[in-house]
Structure formats: structure tokens, C-alpha cells
Design a protein around this ligand. Structure first.
Ligand SMILES: O=C(O)CCC(=O)C(=O)O
Length: 310
């Protein structure tokens, strides 16, 4: 049962045995099958991605539609997306959990305050838990509204549309995102994502920083669950029969490598200020995991939630 597995992997004392965790760096081909990336003419180096010839894409055999892309990002690409998640997507007018706690004044942004003020950073850094973009997730009603909606960033729209095409999933338009910020002791309990209108459209979950144990079960909490290791850059796609599976994150583990810190990559900070900023972001990510969870809300052709096109 999902809850039992969650409790098992969450435990600190005794710590869980990780032997049964699916690690797609060493894929067990009796459990996963390799999928070839769909050939697409244009390369997307501007999205921080490696050439698709080098990608490893797998489908979990027992969970059709549950697709895993092993880190398709370059080292510079990891730095780009980590910076976007930490510094930019956490900014107003995007919504964050901090809005409810009144720990920032109206014109203050979490990252700017944390990078300028050591004392406030100690308190504020661990407090950010989520930011929402596009159609904002309503944590109480779970219902999207045209009156509670912001912009979706073009880069996130382009990245997820590209990932959908390469994975052979026809249409996808990013219309809503949750950025999850985890510290080493954070968890995300089991849930399904069913606020969206179109379950035919996949859901993209892109992780950076420290490693997460991702638990994915069935359509009911009574079903058994599999645990997968998600390292920095790994992408999970929940599509088709796996779109509505229960899933959660019972544990964050210290990363066994830091692909965002590749020594061979050319230094991409263009000014001293950018380098100082990146050092601070690196320090944050050394004890955090961030996850971009991107969804399509509307059916193809539907322009708003009020548009009743079927
Ligand atoms: O952090 C993750 O890997 C999963 C996040 C998630 O399930 C969600 O935002 O709904």
C-alpha cells in the first residue's frame, strides 16, 4: 500500500534500505524499456539540453505512460534552470506559500532578501516551499480559476513542449506550474493531480539539486508503489494510464554528483554580480531540491475555463 511504502522510505531511524529503489543510471531491463527519442530537426541548445542522440528515455513496464528521461541537460543548462527556479520563478507576481505568512513586505522578494541579508536568510531560506505560475493551484479548493492566473514563462513553455515532442506525446501546452522547494528534511505526501480538465495531456516533473525518492503507486492508495531515484536534471512524465497515479516524495538524499557544477563547462556568469549570485544559489542548492511541475489545464482548442468547448 502507498502509505506503508511512504512511511518506510520516510523513516530516519532506521533509515530505509534503498535496494528496491529503481535507479535508472543502472536500469533493470526487466522492469523498464528503453524508448528512442523522436527525431526532430531543430536542436534546442537554447533550452540547456544535450543533443537528443545522447538521451536515455525509459518507460516503467508495469506502469505504461510513466516515462523517465535521465538528465537531458548540459551543466550550463542545469545552472540556468536552477537559477530560474530559485531566483526568478519565486518572485512576485507569482504566488508563494510565503504570501500567507507575511514574512516579506509587499515590495520584497524572497531571493533578493535572502541574498542581501544574512540574518534574514537564515530564517527565510528554509521557509519557501512552493511557488505557482500560470493558472495558480488553489491549495484549498483544488479548482483553477480565470481570476487567479498569471503569466507562464516562455522558456518553461518551450522546454516542456520540446520534451513532449521528443517523448512522442503529441500535444502539450504548459498552462500551470508548481515549483516545489525541498530542504533535506522535506517530504511531499501522496496525492494525484486531477484539477486539470484535460487528463489526456501529460504532466512534466523536472528536478534539480539534491536527490529525491519519488514514490509512484496506482490509481488507488490501496495499490502498491514503486520508488524511483530522481537526480538533478531527471524528468518524469506522467502520461496516459499513468497521468492520475498517486505519487509523492518521502525522502530527500544527499546528491552523489553535482552535474550543475561541472568543472569543464565554461563559466557562464557574465559579471561579478552574477558570479556572486551563482555562488549563493549553489550554496542554497547544496542543501535543497527544486522541482518544476508543469501541467496543461485546458483541452486543445479551449481558450479559457469559461469556454465550454468539448
Ligand atoms: O517533487 C516532485 O518530484 C513531485 C512534485 C509533485 O508531485 C507535485 O508538485 O504535484
Amino acid at each position: 500500500m502507498f502509505k506503508d511504502s511512504f512511511k518506510y522510505y520516510k523513516s530516519r531511524d532506521p533509515p530505509p534500505d534503498l535496494d528496491a529503489v529503481i535507479d535508472l543510471k543502472n536500469p533493470d531491463l526487466s522492469k523498464v524499456r528503453k524508448i528512442s527519442p523522436v527525431a526532430i530537426e531543430e536542436e534546442q541548445s537554447s533550452l540547456g539540453l544535450r543533443s537528443t542522440e545522447d538521451w536515455n528515455i525509459y518507460e516503467i513496464i508495469a506502469k505504461p505512460g510513466l516515462i523517465f528521461i535521465e538528465n537531458p541537460f548540459t551543466s550550463a543548462g542545469q545552472r540556468y534552470w536552477i537559477t530560474r527556479c530559485v531566483k526568478d520563478y519565486s518572485k512576485k507576481p507569482n504566488k508563494t506559500n510565503l504570501d500567507l505568512h507575511q514574512v516579506l513586505s509587499e515590495n520584497e522578494n524572497w531571493w533578493d532578501v535572502c541574498s542581501d541579508n544574512v540574518e534574514r536568510a537564515k530564517v527565510l531560506l528554509p521557509k519557501l516551499r512552493w511557488a505557482t505560475l500560470g493558472y495558480h493551484h488553489n491549495w484549498d479548493t483544488k479548482v483553477y480559476s480565470e481570476n487567479f492566473k498569471g503569466e507562464m514563462p516562455d522558456d518553461m513553455v518551450d522546454l516542456t513542449e520540446y520534451l513532449a515532442r521528443i517523448s512522442g506525446l503529441c500535444h502539450f501546452k504548459a498552462e500551470s506550474a508548481i515549483i516545489n522547494y525541498y530542504r533535506m528534511n522535506s517530504t511531499l505526501s501522496g496525492h494525484t493531480d486531477k484539477s486539470e480538465i484535460d487528463y489526456e495531456a501529460p504532466l512534466f516533473s523536472v528536478s534539480f539539486g539534491q536527490t529525491g525518492i519519488f514514490l509512484v503507486g496506482g490509481l488507488s492508495l490501496e495499490d502498491s508503489a514503486d520508488a524511483l531515484l530522481l537526480r538533478s536534471g531527471d524528468v518524469v512524465v506522467m502520461s496516459k494510464g499513468s497521468r492520475l497515479r498517486y505519487h509523492g516524495v518521502p525522502k530527500i538524499l544527499q546528491a552523489d554528483s553535482m552535474p550543475w557544477k561541472n568543472q569543464n563547462s565554461t563559466n557562464d556568469c557574465k559579471s561579478k554580480k552574477m558570479c556572486i549570485d551563482w555562488d549563493k544559489i549553489m550554496s542554497y542548492i547544496s542543501e535543497s531540491r527544486v522541482n518544476m511541475n508543469v501541467r496543461q489545464v485546458l483541452r486543445p482548442g479551449q481558450v479559457s475555463l469559461d469556454d465550454k468547448v468539448l
